[in-house]
Design a protein around this ligand. Structure first.
Ligand SMILES: [Zn+2]
Length: 224
């Protein structure tokens, strides 16, 4: 049963971790625009070159470029296995683009999950976050340490690094941008009747369980 799921929430709310969980549990394809961009640049395509030029000049990636990457990926993966969208859409215009795109292939967003968590807690969470540069697994000094100090639980490498954009000031900018540009998407999906909110301050596994229950109940509804 294919489902298309959007995970919404401010930076640091645990979207990456929960996305991985959904992928493992339900076999959905993870669409991360960051991954798509890296892949396209590495492939050296015309689009990849255009994106690289923008990125190298310090600019923000262009909506049209991102949408093009999303289009290719959605058309390939959504009919096959369903997609969980991580970090996309970021603006209402992108949400509308995505709806149109799915509609063209007879599909839709079945569920939008919002992880709710307030800014103060996020600052604490994100300021202690670090990732494995080999496999992308995420950890936290306070909430989620690896079992063995400095060694990744997932891949076993000692390549745990703090992300450059994890400074508090950078986070505050990202939060402001989230509230201004991305949060209106919550209303957009609410109006469509597909939004569910989850308390993102719960432990990771509790959030994961709540997400599982939501997805299972949507699957049940679709089977009827
Ligand atoms: Zn690792």
């Amino acid at each position: 049963m294919n489902l298309n799921v959007v995970l919404l929430g401010p930076p640091g709310a645990g979207k990456g971790t929960q996305t991985r969980h959904i992928v493992n549990k339900f076999g959905l394809f993870q669409l991360s625009t960051g991954d798509l961009i890296r892949k396209e640049i590495n492939a050296g395509s015309e689009l990849g070159k255009a994106i690289k030029e923008v990125v190298n000049s310090g600019g923000l990636t262009v909506d049209a470029h991102i949408n093009e990457l999303v289009r290719e990926c959605v058309k390939a993966q959504a009919p096959l296995q369903g997609i969980v969208f991580d970090g996309y859409p970021r603006r209402v215009a992108q949400a509308e683009f995505l709806d149109q795109l799915l509609k063209e292939i007879g599909l839709k967003i079945d569920l939008a999950i919002r992880l709710m968590i307030d800014d103060n807690l996020l600052v604490r969470r994100v300021s202690g976050r670090f990732t494995c540069s080999s496999c992308g697994a995420m950890y936290h000094e306070e909430f989620n340490l690896p079992l063995q100090k400095d060694v990744c639980d997932v891949c076993g490498h000692n390549t745990l690094l703090r992300r450059a954009d994890d400074s508090i000031e950078a986070l505050k900018l990202r939060l402001a941008l989230y509230h201004k540009e991305t949060e209106p998407i919550v209303d957009y999906y609410q109006t469509k009747g597909i939004l569910s909110s989850i308390d993102g301050t719960q432990p990771i596994e509790k959030v994961a369980e709540a997400i599982e229950r939501l997805i299972l109940s949507i699957q049940q509804q679709l089977k009827r």
